[in-house]
Design a binder for this molecule. Structure first.
Ligand code: HEM
Length: 464
């Protein structure tokens, strides 16, 4: 790793705010070619070159990148009312998930968040552990055969399948059979994958052909058909299960006494799917990659899992004692935050770190760089779960680690994801030893999330 250029980090406080330094690129397209080639390397290098705040020039669009926890705190907490979720990217997300928690703003968002949040607290999620474990075991059903054959397989894909099952099962309980759950998952995944392209194609006139657009709309229709049918069916049976659909159906606004409409439930269900499945599977993939590179961490985790669980299926009460799998997840998401940038748009002129931010300017907090900031991490590029040992975070800047965002828009599924991650890693440790098939670091795909481009190929061995 190159030495970080510290003199630039404090370029800050000048009397009259200046414009942030700008990446140099080509005319019209700016830095797009560099970003397309190696998105995350480009962002790391630009940070080292330009410092904690700089403008990423993308031709017609530019984004002020914020690489210091203070600056992230500024847009997400201290002056959050000035930073909205506007612009093409959010418009494109809205097309898929409507006005769910991730996309809504203002009073509407506040109402939904107030109603939903209490149900995502750790204790409230206890009822989901059984459903989660069923989905995890289901997803690992063919892993023994894989271990017996010794064939390399893409564990990233397998995790995507597991986390999708976990979300579908947590959302709808056992109401969907496996075939329908997979089809809903596929339709959703297609719509989500297409979102980034939709951001670009959205600028084209409607009559112009855009590859994949028709399929995108067909998939959205399919998702709607599934979701509305499930909601209607559940309204009839008055089920009292532990799943999230049941929770949504019983929510009542304590100010107005009104329940959620079908459309609101559809949007929140689609949102939970969008927000909760790919992010967690990416985190699991990087965690597994880290385990294959750090034998002593794997050994320590396997020992803790063995001591707490032996061979039995984990239950909610075990999670308190399964601290090390959680530390591994947290440290993995420091080095590889699945959501590596959080974009916003400035509503009015502002000043960040002595630099001028104009109304309408896109800005983004960048966990990818913040998590490796040498002012806050002693060995920023090394993998060390002890960074998350009890008490280790004392005195640390609250935004030095922010894979789940910050402030009032903090991820509502944080406890859900950490719980799910600990359960998956525990099951993995109970049953398998994971061997890497190459020494190569996975390449990162061009995506809105930190996705390994070609998955993660491993070989499984059954643990005795
Ligand atoms: C490792 C897994 C996860 C990561 C890294 C992650 C990350 C994030 C981040 C960074 C945000 C803030 C986005 C912003 O401010 O622009 C967010 C918001 C959100 N996440 Fe997660 N998430 C994860 C899992 C989940 C799960 C499992 C669920 C649901 C079960 C979920 C539901 C949500 C929702 C609903 C929001 C919007 C909250 C709001 O704005 O009120 N997430 N997530």
């Amino acid at each position: 790793m190159q030495q970080f250029n510290k003199s630039l980090t404090s370029a800050a406080v000048q009397d009259a705010p200046r414009n942030p330094p700008r990446t140099s690129g080509f005319p019209v397209v700016g830095s797009i070619p560099g970003v397309l080639r190696h998105q995350t390397d480009y962002l790391m290098n630009a940070w080292r070159e330009h410092g904690d705040i700089y403008t990423l020039d993308l031709g017609l669009v530019s984004i002020v990148m914020l690489n210091h926890p203070d600056y992230a705190q500024h847009i997400l907490r201290d002056n959050l009312s000035n930073y909205a979720k506007g612009g093409e990217m959010w418009a494109s997300v809205r097309e898929v998930i409507g006005d769910g928690l991730v996309t809504s703003e203002g009073n509407y968002w506040r109402r939904q968040r107030r109603m939903i949040q209490p149900h995502f607290h750790r204790q409230k999620l206890a009822g989901l552990v059984t459903l989660m474990m069923e989905a995890i075991d289901d997803g690992m059903r063919d892993w023994d055969a894989r271990a017996a054959s010794g064939e390399p397989f893409d564990i990233a894909k397998a995790y995507a399948n597991i986390t999708m099952k976990v979300i579908v099962r947590s959302m709808f309980g056992r109401a969907l059979d496996e075939h329908d759950a997979d089809r809903l998952g596929e339709a959703m995944s297609y719509a989500l994958d297409y979102m980034l392209k939709n951001m670009v194609y959205g600028k084209l006139p409607k009559w112009m052909p855009a590859p994949g657009r028709n399929r995108f709309h067909a998939m959205l229709e399919q998702v709607d058909a599934y979701l509305y049918t499930l909601i209607a069916q559940r309204r009839l049976v008055k089920d009292t299960g532990d799943d999230l659909l049941n929770m949504f159906l019983h929510l009542v606004d304590d100010e107005t006494g009104m329940p959620l409409s079908d459309k609101e439930i559809r949007d929140e269900a689609a949102t939970i799917f969008l927000a909760g499945y790919e992010t967690t599977s990416i985190a699991m993939t990087w965690a597994t990659f880290m385990l294959t590179q750090h034998q002593h961490v794997t050994d320590k985790m396997a020992t803790q899992v063995h001591d707490v669980l032996g061979n039995r299926t984990p239950v909610f009460e075990d999670l308190m004692q399964l601290q090390y799998p959680r530390m591994v997840m947290e440290e993995t998401m420091r080095l590889y935050p699945p959501v590596f940038w959080l974009p916003r748009t400035a509503v009015e002129d502002d000043v960040i770190g002595g630099y001028a931010i104009k109304a309408g300017q896109m800005v983004a907090a960048v966990p990818l760089t913040i998590h490796r900031h040498p002012e806050f991490w002693a060995t920023p590029d090394s993998f060390d779960p002890e960074n998350f040992a009890p008490d280790a975070a004392k005195g640390r800047h609250p935004q030095a680690w922010m894979p789940f965002g910050a402030g009032q828009r903090l991820c509502i599924g944080k406890d859900f994801a950490l719980m799910e991650g600990a359960l998956i890693l525990s099951r993995l440790m109970q049953r398998y030893i994971v061997h890497p098939v190459t020494d190569q670091q996975p390449q990162i795909a061009l995506s809105t999330t930190l996705t390994p481009k070609d998955g993660l190929w491993v070989r499984l061995e059954k643990r005795r």
